[in-house]
Write a protein that binds this ligand. Sequence first.
Ligand code: NAD
Length: 282
Amino acid sequence: MKTLANKVVAITGAGSGIGRALALRCAGLGASVALSDVDQAALDEAADRCRAAGGRVHAARVDVGQRDAIYAWAEAVKDALGPTAVIVNNAGVSLSQTIAEMSDADFAWLMDINFWGVVHGTRAFLPQLRSGAEGHVVNISSVFGIIAVPTQSAYNASKFAVRGFTEALRQELAGSSVHVTCVHPGGIDTNIVANGRHYQDPTGRATDVAEASRAFKKDARTSPDEAARQIVGAVLKERPRLLIGADAVLIDKMQRLMPATYDRLVATAMKLRDRRERKRSS
Ligand SMILES: NC(=O)c1ccc[n+]([C@@H]2O[C@H](COP(=O)([O-])OP(=O)(O)OC[C@H]3O[C@@H](n4cnc5c(N)ncnc54)[C@H](O)[C@@H]3O)[C@@H](O)[C@H]2O)c1
């Protein structure tokens, strides 16, 4: 796709972080933006900012875990703005807990949003993407869709699943007018941890949302605006895979060099992080 001008771009989780930055960037480039989120106030604010940037805007409160709600949203977007050219399945949540101690409810909550939200968003919008001259699916995985980390099993499972689903989709659509990008961000400075459920850190220490969020912010080196800039670039260049941030590039290399033993480096990194956090709290 050479330009986003006059294209319809639909974004889930558009009220905050990467989704919000992407909405503003796309509106600024002349796209009509269809925004959805579960957080009505954040959604309204993002929609107002996009209107101020000059774009046509459709905003709807949609829970991506609700299959029928996503399909209804896809129809509402088509009625309001015309057929969608780009769907960005971005909405996501975080959770830190061991496999032994994680509740089924927390596991299901995360999978419904991070995995099933991506599946529903892709399948609901695919007919519209195929109906136009060109279309693009952007699914947001993570570096945690490349390596696994203790206490991140649910998040890892969801993001590895998004990667597998997206890579299969890309092959099924090869040679068609619809392109596919799987995005693996490293640490992006957003509310992902502040909005999550956090009980234990990777070294086994009890934690809570405030503490986990504080620690995350120290490691999140890339801004949401920079992430959005790179995602738009990947759509315009029809790139199949996007790593965002020096940390993502390093983690990807580490996994490929040490596929069965990278956990030793993860353990060392976690110990250093733990030492930093203990020093901070003493
Ligand atoms: N921030 C990072 O470091 C990072 C790294 C890798 C991947 N990601 C991924 O990037 C994506 C965007 O996250 P972010 O960092 O901008 O976080 P964020 O918390 O700032 O934004 C996520 C948005 O999703 C919305 N949301 C949550 N549950 C929803 C639901 N059920 N239905 C619809 N919307 C819902 C939230 O209200 C929020 O507005 C997520 O998929 C996340 O897993 C983030």
